[in-house]
Design a protein around this ligand. Structure first.
Ligand code: SF4
Ligand code: SF4
Length: 84
């Protein structure tokens, strides 16, 4: 599934550079995750890197964008094909 940034976000910018898919954007007043791009770090890391660095633990699973592991792997492969 994609992840979601909640209103607890303090816009610290710690997560954006850690995202391998560039799915995190600075918005006003909080940061957002683009659900069509986020792979939950599948294909890159064992755990979502944004969650690991967020100091206020405001990144959660997005209940409106639930995807299983196979769908996330497919999303990753499609992104790799677009890059090549
Ligand atoms: S889970 Fe990974 S891909 Fe998704 S927003 Fe966080 S760092 Fe980016
Ligand atoms: S690391 Fe957490 S608090 Fe900082 S910008 Fe990202 S989501 Fe917001």
């Amino acid at each position: 599934m994609s992840l979601l940034i909640t209103d607890e976000c303090i816009a610290c910018d710690a997560c954006r550079d850690e995202c391998p898919t560039e799915a995190i954007e600075e918005a006003d007043p909080i940061y957002i995750i683009e659900p069509d791009i986020c792979t939950e770090c599948v294909g890159y890391y064992d755990e979502p890197s944004c969650i690991a660095v967020c100091p206020v633990e405001c990144i959660i699973a997005d209940p409106n964008n639930v995807e299983n592991l196979e769908e996330l792997k497919l999303k990753f492969r499609q992104q790799q094909e677009l890059k090549s």
